[in-house]
Each structure stands twice: as structure tokens, then as C-alpha cells.
Design a protein around this ligand. Structure first.
Ligand SMILES: [Zn+2]
Length: 234
């Protein structure tokens, strides 16, 4: 094989990103489990809190439903449905309220046409195509000695990097909206803000890790394609 995957030194670039991703994954699991056991004093459930946050933002056409699984909570913009996992839907823990309000935050972004969310939704299909085509194009470019083809591969991958980058403001904004809404509506008390924020910050770190991973992967591809870091051979 022309492409020595197992002895490829550029893999070293990925190690810090992999470590950060592992740390973030552990952090989100432990923080979530911890605050799932801390009940909010007011005692609203995740589902009630999500509905309250939506109503306060004059959003009346978003359904709140329960779905199976753990940490499977999400907002589906196509059907305007907020789906909460059983642990979040019926629990009045700080973790449940934070996550429910975060997903409501995505529904608010959708309703008020928050620009980074629109941009992200627009590039999803091209980013998917780009990340699927990037490696084959790059390999073909290297094998056939066509640097321009390799460059197209790297550019295709940059769409996936762009998607990860745009995800960051979308996620941070949803969490900020969540904390603000929970606090101003009195669903959580001021001293419950910090622990609730911890759950959302841990979740945000996984997106940061994914972005760094994508950027480092992009660096690898640039080096492998011969576009940077190597002298051109004739
Ligand atoms: Zn989110």
C-alpha cells in the first residue's frame, strides 16, 4: 500500500485532540450523573421547564415528547419537536433542567432564525458530502500524482471543519439562553445556577474537542497531501 496508515507520523497531531475528547466524554458523563442526583428546590420536571421556557418566548407550536435512551435529548426542527430522554423528561434534577432548557434554547434559535443555526443547517448536506469524499479524493490525488485533486480533497474536508466551527456558537448560545431562562423564570434559584451551568459546560466541551479534532485532522490532510510541510519533488 502506498499509504502507510500505521506508520503515519502525522497521527501524532491527533493525540492531544483524542485525549481531550476522552476527557470531555468522561467529564460529561460524571457531571451529568452527579447533578442528576441533585434535585432542584422548586421541583419542576424537565418537560415542564422546557414548556415554560418555550411559552415565555412566545413559542406555542413546539411539541415536547419523551424518547428512549440516555443523553438522546434533541430538538427536531423539521417536526418542531423537542424530544427529551426519560431521565430528563420526568426528573426535576438540576441536570434535567439544564438539558431540557438547552434543547428549548435550540427551539428558540429556530423560531427566531438565529443566524449561526441557519448557516449550520444550510451546510449540513454539503459538509456530509465533503467529509465522505475528502479522503478518497486525497488518496487518489496522491496515488495518481495529481496535487490539484489532493487539494480538492482537503477543501472538501474543510467543509466538515466549517460545520464543527459553526456548531460552537450554536451550542454556546443555546446554553446561555437556557441558563438565563431558567434563572429569570425562577425555575432554578440563584444558588442553583452554577451547578446547572456545570452540566452544560461539560457538554459544550465535547463540541470543542470535536472541533479541535477536525482542525487537527485537516492539518494532517494538508501535510499528507504535500501542500504544506514538504518540499515539492520533481
Ligand atoms: Zn445543543
Amino acid at each position: 500500500m502506498f499509504f502507510p496508515y500505521y506508520f503515519d507520523p502525522t497521527y501524532i497531531l491527533l493525540i492531544p485532540a483524542i485525549l481531550l475528547a476522552l476527557y470531555a466524554q468522561t467529564k460529561v458523563q460524571t457531571t451529568y450523573s452527579r447533578y442528576l442526583r441533585v434535585p432542584s428546590r422548586r421541583g419542576m420536571t424537565g418537560a415542564e421547564a422546557a414548556r415554560e421556557v418555550l411559552y415565555r418566548n412566545q413559542i406555542y407550536d413546539v411539541k415536547v415528547e419523551q424518547i428512549h435512551g440516555r443523553l438522546t435529548d434533541h430538538y427536531d426542527p423539521r417536526t418542531k419537536t423537542l424530544r427529551l430522554s426519560p431521565e430528563v423528561y420526568g426528573s426535576s434534577s438540576l441536570a434535567a433542567l439544564g438539558i431540557a432548557a438547552h434543547e428549548a434554547g435550540h427551539a428558540i434559535q429556530h423560531a427566531y432564525e438565529y443566524f449561526p443555526l441557519q448557516l449550520r443547517n444550510t451546510i449540513v448536506p454539503i459538509a456530509n458530502i465533503g467529509s465522505n469524499l475528502a479522503i478518497p479524493l486525497l488518496l487518489l490525488g496522491i496515488l495518481l500524482g495529481l496535487p490539484n485533486l489532493a487539494l480538492i480533497g482537503v477543501l472538501a474536508f474543510s467543509l466538515a471543519v466549517l460545520f464543527q466551527l459553526i456548531t460552537l456558537p450554536v451550542e454556546f448560545n443555546a446554553s446561555n439562553r437556557a441558563i438565563e431562562a431558567l434563572e429569570t423564570s425562577g425555575i432554578i434559584y440563584p444558588d442553583e445556577v452554577r451547578p446547572t451551568r456545570k452540566v452544560l459546560s461539560a457538554a459544550a466541551l465535547t463540541y470543542v474537542a470535536a472541533t479541535i479534532m477536525a482542525v487537527m485532522q485537516m492539518m494532517r490532510l494538508l501535510i499528507l497531501s504535500g501542500l504544506v510541510g514538504r518540499r515539492r519533488r520533481h
